[in-house]
Design a protein around this ligand. Structure first.
Ligand SMILES: [Mg+2]
Length: 283
């Protein structure tokens, strides 16, 4: 049966799918910076009881690789291990310091959402994606939890700059905490994307839509999400010592169109760390 309502579980990813591969990677998904169009064909994801209409279409190679390959696990965990070593060996600044991390496919793994798209033939839609975020069912990216614990143990903080919409911050925060991450308003600043981040892009000071938020963290002007109406503020300047993401635009003043790979490489695995994501991006 084409549309069989099925519980969405990790087991679903592992055993419920046929092994074919037809569609190419979809690169307009999950809050990345390029324009996206709303679609009426949103996935039937119930936010309270996470289910989706699982179809019988095969997974794309990109989603198979992300969800099933040992190569993905090895590269993701290996990248985080390099980042841990860099943090532990770093001479710590006297001022407050922070590691800026992207969320999707960097801290949280949304491959189950991508599985749903592939197997039903649906496309990304803003509404369908928002329902997925509201479900708070994203899992953890391999290696992310240990890395975050080490940053905090070493005296650093975590800046979470995501292109999930800022209106979804509470769901994103709960999803992170559900995995036991030791994040608090004091040690972590969650910044979802707002219209101001988009309009700030001026191709001079701000080249991508995360640059404004990075500058706010650095200058002590970040309007961090305040869980449980926290009164904690990040009103001190913070030194950004490291940036981690799955998109080249997770790095300060880098754009997909104009990224100088040679320049990025000079800092790769030193202050810049890049995780693999073949499923979607700004490319
Ligand atoms: Mg991402």
């Amino acid at each position: 049966m084409r549309y069989l309502l099925t519980k969405l579980t990790v087991a679903f990813i592992a055993v419920g799918l046929s092994a074919g591969c037809t569609s190419a990677a979809k690169n307009g998904i999950a809050g990345e910076s390029q324009p996206v169009s709303d679609s009426d064909r949103s996935l039937s994801i119930a936010t309270q009881d996470v289910t989706l209409n699982k179809g019988d279409l095969p997974l794309s190679n990109s989603v198979k690789w992300q969800t099933m390959s040992k190569e993905y696990q090895t590269i993701a965990r290996g990248t985080y291990q390099l980042a841990e070593k860099a943090i532990m060996q770093m001479e710590k600044p006297a001022e407050p310091w922070v590691v800026v991390m992207d969320i999707d496919e960097t801290v949280l793994d949304n491959s189950a959402y991508q599985v749903g798209l592939d197997t039903t033939g649906e496309s990304y839609s803003k509404a369908g994606w928002a329902n997925w975020v509201k479900s708070e069912k994203a899992t953890l990216t391999p290696g992310a939890a240990t890395f975050i614990e080490i940053v905090l143990r070493e005296g650093g903080k975590i800046g979470l700059i995501t292109n999930r919409d800022a209106s979804l911050n509470e769901h994103t925060w709960r999803n992170l905490l559900e995995h036991g991450l030791p994040l608090t308003a004091q040690n972590a600043c969650l910044l979802g994307r707002s219209q101001a981040d988009i309009t700030a892009v001026d191709n001079e000071s701000f080249l991508n839509d995360k640059d404004l938020r990075r500058s706010h963290i650095a200058s002590g002007n970040a309007k961090c999400f305040k869980p449980n109406n926290s009164t904690v503020t990040w009103n001190k300047s913070h030194k950004i010592v490291m940036q981690i993401g799955d998109n080249i635009e997770d790095f300060k003043q880098v754009t997909q169109e104009h990224a100088d790979v040679d320049v990025v490489l000079t800092e790769l695995n030193k202050t810049l760390f890049l995780l693999p994501n073949p499923m979607y991006g700004s490319w």
